[in-house]
Write a protein that binds this ligand. Sequence first.
Ligand code: KG4
Ligand code: ZN
Length: 336
Amino acid sequence: MEKDVYILGIETSCDETAAAIVKNGTEIVSNVVASQIESHRRFGGVVPEIASRHHVEQMTIVLEQAFAEAEVTWESIDAIAVTEGPGLVGALLVGVNAAKGAAFAKQKPLVGVHHIAGHIYANRLEQEFEFPLLALIVSGGHTELVLMRDHGNYELIGETRDDAAGEAYDKVARMLDLPYPGGPGIDRLAAEGEESITFPRAWLDEGSYDFSFSGLKSSVINTIHNGKQRGDELKAADIAASFQASVVDVLTAKTVKAAKAHNVKQVIVAGGVAANKGLRTAMEEQFARAEIPLLIPPLQLCTDNAAMIAAAGAVAYEQEKRSELDLNAHASLELH
Ligand code: KG4
Ligand code: ZN
């Protein structure tokens, strides 16, 4: 029987300090996330300096907890996987340095992981992949369509040209006086409202799988301003429902089109916005109709965590990809 492989994952790219241990790339042994949302909320968004400081404070605690919960010792760890980018550089550096320090002290191989690869691999903790597969990554920083023909093989076929979907959610939420992060609040309001306003849908050029959300965001902001000036009270729930309908329409239609064009065997939706109920429902309906299996991870695996980094790292480790101790953090890193 082959020996089990244990990967320690570390993630600090944004506002969650996370450490996890994953067995054989598919099984969560422990998954610890320390969220900083409360600290950033009063600023209405993530403040990079505050994020870095919290990561420094939390990193060791989270690591110790990941080992304690897993009941696994350092000796059993085969490699350390860490998010090397993209993200906030000061935040990433904390995780990268923790991983490098541990790799050196414990003499373990080091594997740098792309944050988006992590979001995709969150799904493998639920179900084995079948290729080719198409992944839609929708988070606060990303809106991307990635085609995978095999493990560890990523082809970016579409991306946002301006704001990420989550960013649009957060900005519109701010206009509606909802707390940060705004996605969950809009999602909740949207369920109570009617799609009474037709906001634009940015389809972009024929055949393109790229996205654009800044026009939609401006249109929502203008509608709110104009409404106020006219003294015409628009219901926040209707604005949320109308905004969400536009985002969901474009995301769903482009993903279905790309999935069919590439004849994929599976479709994955990942990242924080994958928690969105409206998006989940629309995707489930569309892919049931297209008869293509759809995978959406449970909520705690949609948002940033380290189990997903360990899962992606496990594949890179098996493929003998290694990082050296000069590994650096990269705010914008190409998917590789
Ligand atoms: O993946 P994630 O945790 O962090 C990044 O890597 O960015 O995604 C965070 C984003 C935020 O913009 C947040 O508003 C959004 O995910 N989000 C949602 C929902 N839950 C979180 N957006 C829409 N609907 C939700 N239910
Ligand atoms: Zn993320």
